[in-house]
Ligand binder design. Structure first.
Ligand code: VGL
Ligand code: ZN
Length: 202
């Protein structure tokens, strides 16, 4: 058992990010047994869930003439447009059926504001609207985070970088993550995480 100030943060292990899902991440389901085995070791266990209303502004279908994986300019900056995914209450938004979710202390949902996406578990994509996770972790006395889940180069990386910027000691465990890897996004995310002081473990 790890120290009481260490949390496991399980990012977006949802059907739509697993094989056959709407935004499938290659081998996304392979990490489930690893995460299940890690859970008993952590005093604090937080799961995140990408949780979009239908017609969300991050969906290509919400923008005339745009295809998935193209980008658009939002008031807060450039946004990648995704296939419709993780729509609130759908099977695609549910956790992978083999993920042990009962041990979760806290499930934090993000991306529910129609006009703004949220990759990070801490802040939405405007980089200022908080999700509340920081307060939860601090009031529980957490200082150290281990992050696992999907996808390495988007929600895991954004969460890890924000966590490090907020002063948490953050480790990303690569074996329990998988990436979308869009136009070199995985290499860029790894560089950005390292630069922010995130520890990358194999
Ligand atoms: C994610 C793209 C869109 C993720 C979520 O969980 O990495 N990526 N929404
Ligand atoms: Zn999303």
């Amino acid at each position: 058992m790890r120290n009481a100030d260490e949390a496991l943060i399980v990012i977006d292990v949802q059907n739509d990010f697993c094989p056959d899902g709407a935004l499938a991440v290659s081998e996304g389901d392979r990490i489930v047994p690893l995460i299940n085995a890690m859970l008993p070791d952590y005093a604090v266990k937080v799961f995140t869930q990408d949780w979009h209303p239908a017609g969300h502004s991050s969906f290509a279908t919400s923008h005339d003439g745009k295809a998935p994986f193209e980008t658009t300019e939002m008031p807060y900056g450039t946004q990648v447009l995704w296939p419709d995914h993780c729509v609130q209450g759908t099977d695609g938004a549910a956790f992978h059926k083999d993920l042990l979710t009962d041990p979760a202390d806290m499930v934090i949902r993000k991306g529910f504001r129609p006009q703004i996406d949220s990759y990070s578990a801490f802040f939405e994509n405007d980089r200022t609207t908080p999700t509340g996770l920081e307060g939860y972790l601090r009031t529980r006395g957490v200082t150290k985070l281990t992050m696992v889940g999907l996808a390495t180069d988007f929600c895991v990386a954004y969460s890890a970088i924000d966590g490090a910027k907020l002063g948490f000691d953050v480790t990303v465990l690569g074996a329990a993550c998988r990436a979308i890897d869009l136009d070199g996004s995985l290499a860029a995310a790894r560089d950005n995480m390292r630069a922010a002081g995130v520890k990358l473990e194999a």
